[in-house]
Ligand binder design. Structure first.
Ligand code: FAD
Length: 318
């Protein structure tokens, strides 16, 4: 079922959902099941699975020379989606990214997802390779999320890259996109970022999932600005329970978001990660309750392979 239909069927009740990352290459699917099993009691109607592009690694030879190698450390998104569908009968939402993939590779992944009966995709640009300063599109790939969105739309209209197909079957993906209450870090300002978000909505995006934020007011302001710009689709808040002391500096540097003073100070005072985790749970409960009261369609947790914090928050909120 489509994410938008789950939201409609909930008739205003806030749903619980989460996002997981594929395990590192060489690890087992049981890692995913161990993570998800305790969270299934909260009945997520859909679960997002992230997509990861290639990275460069440097192998040192005995003569001191470095050899540059390309590797994908976390493949398996499509397979994990199939496994989630099979084991839990929940709708998986694979993320699809521009970076590192040609249009043909993307089309083939979408064909696999369609054959598996997967109804939703979250369409993203992806980030730069860590050692490259800026995002460089793949040759024959998509530049921006909106270009990828157009590709999915074309397939939804039965248009494949190979235009010699006789009577091609249209796909029927429900398309989600990303939004940034604190602005995407490359954008000169929030207004221009929202202008591009509106373009994605006008091109057919049916719902938005936000980057993590720790100050609900940022989300409320973002929703208000979106509505003023006539962006009227569901805006799903993404929440990350903090689980270590060092995340107080790591999360702002990776995700370009701020932590409220109260939260930052509390984390700096923590003696260990256990204390930080408890603060993260408390903060997550407070944020979730307020967002639920505001009437958000879904509370979407970035669980990143750690189920206990999400479980404790969900127990207190749902
Ligand atoms: P876009 O919408 O393409 O925007 C990128 C930047 O370009 C923005 O600054 C925007 O303002 C600007 N822009 C947009 N369109 C245009 C245009 N036509 N002309 C000029 N400028 C434009 N990354 C992964 O690699 N894998 C994942 O699974 C993943 N999941 C994510 C899930 C969520 C909910 C979020 C919020 C992010 C996720 N990311 C993931 C990270 C994401 O790929 C990065 O934030 C990326 O830098 C931007 O992606 P986007 O889809 O927002 O890009």
């Amino acid at each position: 079922m489509k994410v938008t239909d789950h939201i409609k069927n909930a008739k205003g009740k806030t749903l619980f959902s989460l996002e997981i990352i594929p395990p590192k290459k060489g690890e087992n699917i049981s890692k995913i099941f161990d993570h998800l099993d305790p969270l299934m009691e909260f009945k997520p109607p859909f679960i997002d699975v992230t997509y990861h592009r290639e990275e460069y690694i440097y192998k040192k030879h005995p003569n001191g020379l470095l050899e540059k190698k390309t590797t994908r450390k976390r493949p398996g998104t499509v397979g994990i989606c199939a496994a989630i569908r099979h084991r839990y009968d929940v709708d998986p939402v694979p993320h699809i990214i521009c970076g590192g993939f040609s249009k043909e590779e993307t089309e083939n992944a979408l064909i696999d997802l369609d054959f598996l009966g997967i109804d939703n995709v979250l369409v993203l640009r992806g980030d730069a390779i860590k050692s490259e300063g800026k995002f460089i599109p793949q040759e024959d790939g998509n530049n921006y999320a909106i270009d990828l969105l157009h590709q999915v739309n074309r397939m939804n209209n039965g248009q494949y890259l190979d235009d010699s197909l006789e009577d091609p079957a249209p796909t029927d993906f429900c398309i989600g996109v990303a939004g940034y209450p604190e602005k995407h870090f490359e954008s000169p300002n929030l207004e221009m970022d929202l202008m591009y978000l509106k373009q994605k909505v006008e091109a057919g995006a049916e719902y938005i999932v936000t980057q993590m934020f720790f100050d609900n007011q940022k989300y409320f302001d973002f929703v208000e600005m979106c509505r003023k710009m006539d962006i009227n689709i569901p805006i799903i808040p993404g929440l990350k329970p903090i689980s270590t002391k060092s995340q107080s500096t790591i999360l702002p540097s990776i995700f370009h978001i701020d932590l409220p003073v109260e939260l930052g100070e509390a984390l700096h005072k923590c003696k260990n990660n256990q204390e930080a985790k408890e603060i993260g749970i408390e903060w997550g409960i407070k944020q979730s309750k307020e967002l639920m009261e505001y009437g958000v369609p879904v509370l979407h947790y970035y669980s990143m392979g750690k189920s206990t914090s999400v479980q404790k928050i969900a127990e207190a909120v749902f």
